[in-house]
Ligand binder design. Structure first.
Ligand SMILES: C[S@@+](CC[C@H](N)C(=O)[O-])C[C@H]1O[C@@H](n2cnc3c(N)ncnc32)[C@H](O)[C@@H]1O
Length: 218
């Protein structure tokens, strides 16, 4: 069984900076739309694995979704009341019953699981807690010359960069080994999804991220 590891203090400081939080808040509506998360029904139950500071769930709450759950290894840094239930834990060992959720998300976080073995555990657990007609929705980086070049540039400490870019550069310097590992290995995700009883319904690439929707094979 894989061992989960929290993020470093330097990574946390950059991730929770006001500039990056604002950026997440500004981009989530568009990203969730790309995943097809647009029309809540009263009984839709959603789990966001590795929810971080929860902007995706907050955006879904603003869209009208109500039964929202977030899970992350790390504790929240803000004492503000959140419009979702939060659980601290490892995405590879979910403390939820089988067939609980209509949709499970894992956004910008697969590479933080740090090994294909741990990602396999996450996929197995996501499949287990999904209802038969549910969907698993994933966003993460894919390898490209363009992305590697931009990430390399952002890692330079340049005072001329906008604040959000400087904080993102701090994050990248801290996680550069796991990002490099992920870019070399991300293609293993698609067969892994199939090995865990899920099939890819929709796969779309943006500039920096892929948007993937998969459903349980009955
Ligand atoms: C880049 S952040 C993404 C957060 C959020 N999904 C977002 O889009 O802003 C990665 C998150 O993964 C969490 N994480 C890493 N490993 C985890 C694990 N094994 N189980 C649960 N959360 C994990 C980290 O604590 C961090 O909050």
């Amino acid at each position: 069984m894989s061992t989960a590891r929290g993020e470093s203090a330097a990574w946390q400081e950059a991730y929770h900076s006001g500039a990056l939080k604002q950026r997440r808040e500004a981009t989530y509506a568009r990203k969730l739309h790309r995943l097809g998360l647009t029309s809540p029904t009263t009984d839709t139950r959603t789990l966001d694995i590795a929810c971080g500071s929860g902007e995706a769930l907050t955006t879904l709450a603003e869209t009208g979704f109500t039964r929202l759950h977030g899970l992350d290894l790390d504790a929240p840094t803000s004492a503000e009341v959140e419009p979702f239930h939060r659980t601290m834990g490892d995405g590879g060992r979910l403390p939820f019953a089988d067939s609980t959720f209509n949709q499970v998300l894992c956004l910008h976080a697969l590479h933080h699981f740090r090994s294909l073995e741990h990602i396999a555990e996450l996929l197995g657990e996501a499949r287990r807690v999904l209802k038969p007609a549910g969907a698993l929705l994933l966003i993460d980086h894919f390898d490209s010359f363009y992305l590697r070049a931009i990430f390399r540039l952002l890692q330079f400490r340049c005072p001329l960069y906008p604040t959000a870019a400087r904080h993102f550069g701090d994050q990248l310097r801290d996680e550069r080994e796991i990002v490099a590992w992920w870019l070399d290995n991300w293609r293993a995700l698609l067969p892994l999804i199939e090995q865990h009883g899920l099939k890819v319904e929709h796969f779309r690439r943006g500039l920096f991220f892929f948007y993937l929707r998969c459903t349980p094979i009955s």
